[in-house]
Ligand binder design. Structure first.
Ligand SMILES: [Zn+2]
Length: 383
């Protein structure tokens, strides 16, 4: 099957992150089996989603080392978006293939699968591994399950290519992402009797202002990395709810914030500033009004940043295959940081444009798919 046929099939599975991806995963697993390639699946706790990992051994049968081709199988929702075509039917128009996930990132998976028969026929000295994950779009939830299994099985790889859409250019670094939900618990009272209550919204507001202060300090003082579009770590509050009536002092205020840290800036150091303020200033002040006041901060999805070395073999290989020498670092998170953190040097390089990702009428250029196949063929030959 060629890449376009694969992409047609992959887009046809509605693998929006809230859905099961098993139909897609099992189709790929069964097809690989027919090519003589064994896969293993690493499921989520509910058993309705899975990662797939498969190794195409080297000519001498060895399965250690080599390169991982990594992609996520889930896609973002189309809810509320107006599409000119059915988002789950790959549709060609003017050299573009339209469909949800065509760029982000079923195009890369399609090209990887299309190359499998060629990979198997090549007299490679090194294996090629396929690593297809679930739930990337909701905060890189699936890949850690696969990487734990990978380590448990003692599988080692020399490098990894995460095929997020970069226009087949080499991305060597991205920021981390960390999401939090904060619940401020005060005490309700009639709003005419303010000393009887403890106003959760007001204390949440103070914490939100402190979060902004931390963000401003990172903007003013760095650290900086000029290769990013936003060259410092960012932090922002993006959701809030609280209160039940305008004449009632609110007992609860809940808000969501995130930060995106440069790879050199540890996430726990940023979060520690929030927690210190809560512990040392905000909570004592609240509890002076109401002894049972409390503030909970729940850690949500998180994915580490990634900063590849130009000296890594995978970086040099990707640069050689693409003839791309430009240093590119991006603000969006990918699974690359997770591979990097288990000791697999990783770069991001895949077909399509990130600008198409998550939007209505997402598409991939036919030529990008072809460029990706060329890249993967040469990658296989280099092994
Ligand atoms: Zn993606």
């Amino acid at each position: 099957m060629d890449a376009r046929t694969w992409l047609t099939q992959l887009v046809g599975f509605d693998t929006t992150s809230r859905n099961s991806n098993l139909a897609l995963i099992e189709t790929v697993r069964d097809w690989l089996k027919r090519q003589g390639v064994q896969s293993w699946l690493a499921h989520n706790a509910d058993g309705n989603k899975a990662n797939l990992f498969a190794t195409l051994p080297a000519a001498d049968g060895s399965v250690q080392g080599g390169v991982v081709l990594s992609g996520h199988t889930d896609v973002v929702p189309v809810d509320g978006q107006v599409w000119d075509t059915d988002p789950f039917v790959l549709t060609e128009k003017d050299g573009r293939l339209y469909g949800r996930g065509s760029a982000d990132m079923k195009g890369f998976i399609a090209a990887s699968l299309a190359l499998v028969p060629e990979f198997l026929a090549m007299p490679r000295k090194k294996p090629i591994h396929l690593a297809f994950s679930y739930d990337e779009e909701v905060g890189c939830v699936g890949a850690p399950v696969m990487l734990a299994e990978l380590q448990g099985r003692g599988i080692k790889a020399d490098g990894c290519v995460v095929g997020e859409p970069t226009g087949m250019q080499v991305v060597v670094a991205h920021k981390g992402i960390n999401l939090f939900t904060c619940r401020v618990h005060g005490k309700a009272a009639h709003s005419s009797l303010t000393p009887d209550g403890c106003n959760a919204i007001e204390y949440a507001a103070r914490l939100i202002c402190r979060i902004r202060d931390i963000a401003d300090a990172m903007k003013a003082n760095g650290p900086y990395d000029k290769f990013y579009d936003v060259p410092f770590s960012t932090m922002t509050t993006n959701l809030i709810k609280g209160g039940i009536a305008v004449n009632t002092i609110p007992a609860l205020c809940e808000f969501g914030y995130e930060f995106r840290n440069l790879p050199g800036m540890p996430a726990d150091e940023i979060q520690a500033q929030v927690e210190r303020y809560v512990r040392e200033e905000l909570l004592p002040r609240m509890q002076a009004e109401y002894a049972d006041a409390r503030i909970e901060i729940e850690t949500g999805a998180a994915a580490p940043g990634m900063d590849a070395s130009e000296d890594d073999a995978i970086t040099q290989l990707a640069r050689a295959l693409t003839a791309d020498r430009v240093t590119r670092k991006v603000a969006y998170a990918t699974e690359a940081g997770l591979f990097h953190n288990v000791g697999i040097p990783t770069v991001v390089c895949g077909p399509g444009d990130i600008k198409q990702a998550h939007k209505p009428n997402e598409f991939i250029e036919v030529s990008q798919l072809a460029d990706c196949e060329k890249f993967l063929r040469r990658l296989g030959q280099s092994l």
